[in-house]
Design a protein around this ligand. Structure first.
Ligand code: K1U
Ligand code: ZN
Length: 170
């Protein structure tokens, strides 16, 4: 397995809309990519990782919101079938390191997706899992949680990250 480099805001590749995963994409290389993404997510550490963040522009993501870090979930070609209510949650993003912000999301969602072997499933999610699924699905559209902030706050994030990078490089 391998740790994959994670793209960081404002890298324009994060703005790519990911394409559907086709039946012909379920190859041994795809399974290795999923395993590598889990390893990268657990090491970061994070609770989710979209393929877009590791510069693979395919519609899938890996998630584990369990305390014990032992409930890995793979969502391929995810679609929200139904949603209910709203919740505001403090979000972070491995592509926007060191920054958190409150984002409004659906409170409960029903999602249809394929698993890592291409088998269809549906899941009802609420709480952190629902937030994380919506955050990762945004990545697949080329959207980041900072897009929901005011232009002034987005400029502050840009400056803070560029300062962080200067300090890291020194
Ligand atoms: O997509 C990503 O960049 C991963 C991101 C997912 C996420 C976090 C919080 C709300 C919505 C979506 C992260 O995992 S940031 C790191 C984080 O939140 C965390 C890390 C370790 C333990 C618990 C949380
Ligand atoms: Zn993110």
């Amino acid at each position: 397995m391998a740790l994959l480099p994670i793209l960081e805001f404002p890298d324009p590749r994060l703005r790519t809309r990911a394409r559907e995963v086709l039946a012909s994409d379920f190859t041994p290389e795809f399974q290795t990519l999923i395993d590598d993404m889990f390893e990268t997510m657990y090491a970061a550490p994070g609770i989710g990782l979209a393929a877009s963040q590791v510069d693979r522009h395919l519609r899938f993501m890996v998630i584990d919101v369990s305390e014990e870090r032992n409930r890995p979930l793979v969502f391929v070609n995810p679609r929200i079938l139904a949603h209910e209510g709203t919740q505001v949650c403090e979000e972070g993003c491995l592509s926007v390191p060191g920054i958190t912000a409150e984002v409004r999301r659906h409170e409960k969602i029903t999602v249809a997706a394929l698993d890592r072997n291409g088998a269809p499933f549906e899941i009802d999610a609420d709480g952190l899992l629902a937030v994380c699924i919506q955050h990762e699905m945004d990545h697949l559209e080329g959207r980041l949680f900072v897009d929901y902030l005011s232009p002034l706050k987005q400029e502050m994030v840009r400056r803070r990250l560029s300062k962080q990078r200067r300090v890291r490089a020194a």
